[in-house]
Design a protein around this ligand. Sequence first.
Ligand code: Z5A
Length: 213
Amino acid sequence: MRQGGLFITVEGVEGAGKSTNVQVIEDFLSEKNVDYVLTREPGGTLISEKIRNLLLRHHEEDMEAITELLLIFAARAQHLSTKIRPKLAEGKLVLCDRFTDATYAYQGAGRRCDLKLIGQLENLVQGSLRPDLTVILDLDPHIGLERVRQRGQLDRIESQQLEFFQRVRGAYLDIASRERDRCLVIDSSQTRENVKNTLRNALQERMKDYLNE
Ligand code: Z5A
């Protein structure tokens, strides 16, 4: 097994194929004999999964945007200290399905929470920890929401209007254009097979040094 802490996150709008392509990344890492841990946000630990449930469930009372934001960072604080940091310290690769870029995209651009406040919470909860590599699955939300609707009932966040997801997509693309070294944007409107091949080739290129290849 290869060793060395590396933090990879996967992002995208609803229906962009995150679950599908997290599996593609796992297969790639397994083939390369990389020692990795898969986790997700919000969630990843017992307490953080309870917060996730609170966040995604429909309630009889509207949840304030600031409540949502603070719950997400509360879940993240728990996740970081009980799982992400210890696993990175053991030298493992941590593959996380969504992280703080989602907060900038959904709570910042989507819910219009103050970006400066998100930055302050990010520094408070994470210190200097940031992902080493972020895969952004990019898709027109029209197509994404159609894919998700075919899957069944929508949760509280999925039930937002189309413009909300357009702002979310825009925020992800802004982040990617500001942080080209960290972010890898994949066009998810392609067929599953083409997305898979594009992603695998890009990972091979980006992870060359880490894989020692
Ligand atoms: N959230 C937040 O607001 N703030 C934060 O800071 C964080 C999260 C961390 C839960 O996340 C929610 O939390 C999320 C944002 C919010 N919003 N909601 N709801 P999640 O990641 O657990 O939820 P998700 O976005 O619904 O995850 P998902 O199910 O993995 O996403 P997906 O992109 O829809 O993946 P999929 O299941 O692989 O694909 C969807 C469907 O499309 C499925 O039927 C596939 O077979 C199909 N598919 C996939 N690829 C293709 C291609 N290429 N062509 C055609 N069809 C395809």
